[in-house]
Design a protein. Structure first.
Length: 77
């Protein structure tokens, strides 16, 4: 059986703020295993407008990370 992927909103909390990203994955556990520095949130924060959400970078769990996510992966090694 093929499990469809869905979009999750996640944050990397660095103490003084956070970096937000949409991750396309099969489930939350898949994100936690591959990117333990990300926290998946259940609902979009009140301060995040629909436009803010739509401008948030999207990462497919099966693709190599880019940008700040790639940097965070390297820092975890």
């Amino acid at each position: 059986m093929t499990v469809l992927k869905t979009e999750f909103l996640a944050v990397c909390d660095y103490g003084q703020g956070g970096l937000w990203i949409r991750v396309v994955a099969r489930d939350r556990d898949e994100i936690a295993q591959k990117y333990p520095f990300l926290t998946v949130v259940d609902i979009r924060p009140d301060w995040m407008s629909a436009d803010d959400y739509n401008r948030t970078e999207t990462l497919d769990i099966e693709q190599p990370p880019t940008g700040w996510v790639a940097q965070a992966v390297e820092e975890q090694k």
